[in-house]
Design a protein around this ligand. Structure first.
Ligand code: SF4
Length: 343
């Protein structure tokens, strides 16, 4: 069986090719075709000998995913992709383009075991983790499809990335490596509902990417309602992990807070959130709160907060010197917005 080249690390690839590629510069050319020029066939490796191209084609495959559906928002141009894996499973990625940057929201799992009650991905039965190659190929496929260069990667698609941390770690290596994707750490954000030990491990790693913690609530009961499988860590544990992450990395931390009408959008909740952030010494220029108005999904009782409540919530945080943004829904007409990635 052919090996999926994107699943391999540079060292693994080098080992496989050691009897076939003796010169370092030829190996660098191969990497360049895969990750920089992003070609989809070994035939297109034009500066490589015919014999070596045939050998590569015999041993490896470059792509395993198929784009089976692509929809573009008429409102803002956001594009939602459905990918099919080689074992015929389905998952999503979203391209968010602006004049300045092209961001991609990628999936790390098929289905999501966390099962947040406000999220369509949480309603899809968990099947398996995506491999390193399958995570990276989302970027390459979308770049091939659009001829745009992705400059920002958000681990905010289907799945909880910290539950697939071994593959996600390999992906981070690839994204940050100048021989592969060469994307700066400030342009990579990993989100988690609060897998505390993994957040702390990431804090101790050399990656230093941005972290988004999906807090969504200010008391445990409220939080369990929104995130049933929340790893059992308390809000205090999660905010402590956030503080540790900032201290160790000097990176940027975002606290994500979905606003659901009459569940967690009261002014008292805003006040409590400000108190919690203050108590954990998280009110500083490296921390911001993203308020996400709930986006409609099927089979839920939840409703979107009134714009007046959203504004009041925001003002209360601002009053407490917290940097706060209201996240504008992107691709809402094609179910590509936050929490809408389901079948
Ligand atoms: S919000 Fe994230 S963690 Fe929660 S179900 Fe959706 S994909 Fe999973």
């Amino acid at each position: 069986m052919k090996k999926y080249i994107l699943d391999l690390t540079i060292t693994q690839l080098k080992n496989i090719l050691k009897t076939k590629v003796s010169q370092e510069y030829v190996f660098s050319q191969i990497l360049d075709w895969i990750y920089v020029k992003k070609v989809i066939s070994f035939k297109d490796f034009t500066n490589i000998s015919k014999k070596l191209k045939e050998k590569l084609d015999e041993i490896f495959i470059l792509r395993t995913l198929k784009i089976i559906k692509k929809e573009q928002s008429k409102i803002d141009g956001t594009t939602r992709y459905i990918f099919q894996t080689s074992d015929k499973k389905y998952f999503f990625a979203v391209l968010l383009s602006s004049k300045e940057k092209n961001s991609i929201c990628i999936s790390s799992q098929i289905g999501c075991p966390v099962m947040c009650s406000f999220c369509s991905s949480g309603k899809v039965k968990y099947i398996r983790n995506l491999t390193k190659g399958e995570i990276l190929e989302q970027i390459l496929q979308i770049e091939n499809d659009t001829k745009k260069r992705i400059s920002r990667v958000l681990f905010m698609g289907m799945g909880e990335p910290t539950l697939n941390i071994n593959n996600v770690t390999l992906v981070l290596n690839s994204l940050l490596s100048n021989k592969e994707f060469g994307i700066g750490k400030k342009h990579i954000t990993l989100s988690s509902v609060g897998n505390v030990p993994v957040i702390k491990k990431l804090a101790d790693s050399r990656f230093g990417v941005r972290i988004a913690l999906s807090l969504h609530a200010t008391d445990e009961k409220q939080r369990r309602k929104l995130i049933p499988n929340n790893f059992g860590f308390s809000i205090n544990d999660i905010l402590d992990a956030g503080k540790y992450y900032l201290k160790k990395t000097n990176s940027r931390l975002t606290i994500e807070y979905i606003l659901v009408k009459d569940i967690n959008d009261s002014i008292a909740s805003a006040h409590k959130l400000a108190r919690l952030l203050k108590h954990h010494e998280l009110i500083n220029s490296n921390m911001q709160v993203n308020l996400i108005p709930f986006n409609f999904i099927n089979n839920t009782q939840f409703k979107t907060s009134k714009s007046e409540s959203i504004q009041k919530f925001k003002n209360m945080l601002k009053l407490n010197k917290i940097i706060v943004n209201i996240r504008q829904a992107k691709g809402i007409d094609i179910k590509a917005a936050c929490g809408q990635l389901g079948y």
